[in-house]
Ligand binder design. Structure first.
Ligand SMILES: NC(=O)C1=CN([C@@H]2O[C@H](COP(=O)(O)OP(=O)(O)OC[C@H]3O[C@@H](n4cnc5c(N)ncnc54)[C@H](OP(=O)(O)O)[C@@H]3O)[C@@H](O)[C@H]2O)C=CC1
Ligand SMILES: O=C1O[C@H](COP(=O)(O)O)[C@@H](O)[C@H](O)[C@H]1O
Length: 491
């Protein structure tokens, strides 16, 4: 079906020499070129303010790609084909007078215009307005913007209003790169293509859900940005709430962008506010101190380059989240995410309730609940833990927990699981918005997060300490053990 969609694109990348463009966007374009998805007519205009010519920009790009693309996938023909599509122009994004050049590049092209704003969000409004005033937008232009959309509800509205002055909602593609990850998308297939799971997916059958997004890295030289955001704005407001929505939403009527987004919004609206009296038991914030990460000694957050030693910004958050609707009443979602944890690991664990009446060895009762482990990264796949009889004459009816295992790289042999940005760029080229975030989703997520931040700031702004290389503050273990449960550590 994809073959019938016109994907001829003129892609303008604002901020083409920045970190995101070099680490994510151009490698993703390389993979699209490699897999033959970039049609012959598609072109790329790289825009930044460095005073260089196209030839120098192309050579920079070649060097970056040689560094970023896995060696086994590097192919000089593909590199040549990609860079030959790229033109570079120096542009001060704030200066309307310089935008003339963009129309010259377009030169009446029939390709869809995609404007990718790989710039600080403070420039989104200016760029949108300048593009309009330079008559460089059509009703078919698609504009891609990165997170964070604002710092809170109010500032996100300002950015969204600025974009809405120029573009309709169906032209705006707000990236949450977690939605482009293969296994995250698979949540939709898992839940709605398998009646076995669909019929068990509620408070009658599930006792609780865990979502862990752990990173071993620290803040990677981004102290200036990160310290203003903290883990709640950087990860919870977007990626973790999106994961939670995909797990918790009701079945959409179809796979259209709005059907899926309508269901996600209903979940966001049903999130129970975490009020001041709940702070002690529903929230743990942490900040890492010096420790060791993957065998190396690493400094604490307050000793990172550029740090303000009085910062109370959190690098770890654990939360107990409740969803106030029929499907999820009484089913807590325990979510945690942090920097400088022992490993990079994102996983979701669905804990099913035990059978209503237990007839086996009382000593084994603790085994008697099924778990579905969904591994988002690394080693993408799923494991369903089921109970069987232990084999052997001497075992009687002793139970044994065993895995039903699906590892994607083994099941679907391929040298390459597409990176999130590869998929997302491809979806923009197709004009499909189902993996992008709608304005009301962003705003409902902010509303819930703003309230949480305001409540903790009044209650106790100081994060608890944890040593780099550990699973966060001890209090995050208490957050779940208090309910007679524990984090699933069997990674
Ligand atoms: N980097 C990442 O991994 C991620 C980034 N993001 C988001 O992506 C966006 C881009 O981030 P990132 O690439 O890290 O940022 P960078 O600062 O590395 O890149 C921004 C680019 O914009 C250019 N630029 C800024 N202002 C102007 C201007 N007035 N005129 C012309 N060029 C200008 C910069 O040029 P110059 O170099 O000359 O300053 C640079 O090329 C941000 O919104 C960020 O929040 C989101 C998720 C992850
Ligand atoms: O958006 C962000 O995500 C990354 C983590 O992404 P992943 O794909 O590597 O899991 C995070 O490190 C960064 O702080 C945040 O801005």
């Amino acid at each position: 079906m994809d073959n019938q969609i016109d994907t001829r694109s003129d892609l303008m990348i604002f901020g083409a020499l920045g970190d995101l463009a070099s680490r994510k966007l151009f490698p993703a374009l390389y993979q699209l070129e490699r897999s033959g998805l970039l049609v012959r007519e598609s072109r790329v205009l790289a825009l930044a303010r460095r005073d260089i010519q196209t030839e120098e920009a192309r050579s920079l790009l070649m060097d970056q790609l040689r560094e970023r693309v896995p060696e086994a996938q590097l192919d000089n023909d593909v590199l040549d084909r990609l860079v030959s599509r790229v033109q570079y122009h120096r542009l001060d994004f704030a200066d309307l007078n310089q935008y003339r050049i963009l129309n010259e590049w377009r030169d009446g092209s029939d390709n869809s215009l995609i404007v990718y704003m790989a710039t600080p969000p403070s420039l989104y409004g200016v760029i949108a307005r300048n593009l309009r005033d330079a008559s460089c937008c059509t009703r078919k232009t698609r504009v891609v913007v990165e997170k964070p959309i604002g710092h809170d509800l109010e500032t996100s509205r300002v950015i969204n209003d600025q974009l809405a002055e120029v573009y309709r909602e169906d032209q705006i593609f707000r990236i949450d790169h977690y939605l482009g990850k293969e296994t995250v998308q698979n949540l939709i297939a898992l839940r709605f293509a398998n009646n076995f799971f669909a019929s068990q997916w509620d408070q009658n059958h599930i006792s609780h859900v865990e979502i862990t997004v752990a990173e071993s890295v620290g803040i990677e030289g981004r102290w200036g940005y990160f310290d203003k955001a903290g883990q709640i704005r950087d990860m919870i407001q977007n990626h973790l709430l999106q994961l939670l929505c995909l797990i918790a939403m009701d079945p959409p009527a179809d796979l259209s962008a709005d059907s899926i987004r309508d269901e996600k919004v209903k979940v966001l609206k049903a999130l129970k506010p975490i009020t001041p009296d709940m702070m002690e038991t529903y929230l743990v914030r942490g900040q890492y101190t010096a420790g060791s990460s993957l065998g190396q000694s690493v400094p604490g957050y307050l000793d990172e380059e550029g740090a303000d030693r009085n910062s109370v910004t959190e690098t770890f958050v654990a939360l107990k989240v409740e969803i106030e609707n029929w499907r999820w009443a009484g089913v807590p979602f325990y979510i945690r995410t942090g920097k400088r944890l022992p490993e990079k690991l994102s996983q979701i664990i669905i804990h099913f309730k035990p059978a209503p009446h237990y007839i086996f060895d009382p000593d084994q009762k603790h085994l008697a609940n099924n778990k579905l482990i969904i591994r988002l990264q690394p080693d993408e796949g799923m494991t369903l833990q089921i109970l069987t009889k232990d084999q052997g004459l001497d075992k009687g009816m002793r139970l044994r927990r065993g895995p039903l295992e699906l590892t994607f790289s083994e099941a679907f042999a391929s040298d390459h699981i597409p990176d999130a940005y590869e998929r997302l760029l491809w979806e923009v080229m197709k004009g499909s918005q189902y993996l992008f975030v709608r304005r009301d989703e962003v705003e409902h997520a902010w509303r819930w997060v703003d309230r949480l931040i305001s409540n903790w700031s009044d209650h106790n702004p100081y994060p608890k300490r944890y040593a780099a290389g550990t699973w966060g503050p001890v209090a995050s273990i208490a957050l779940i053990t208090r309910d007679g449960r524990s984090w699933y550590e069997d990674a």
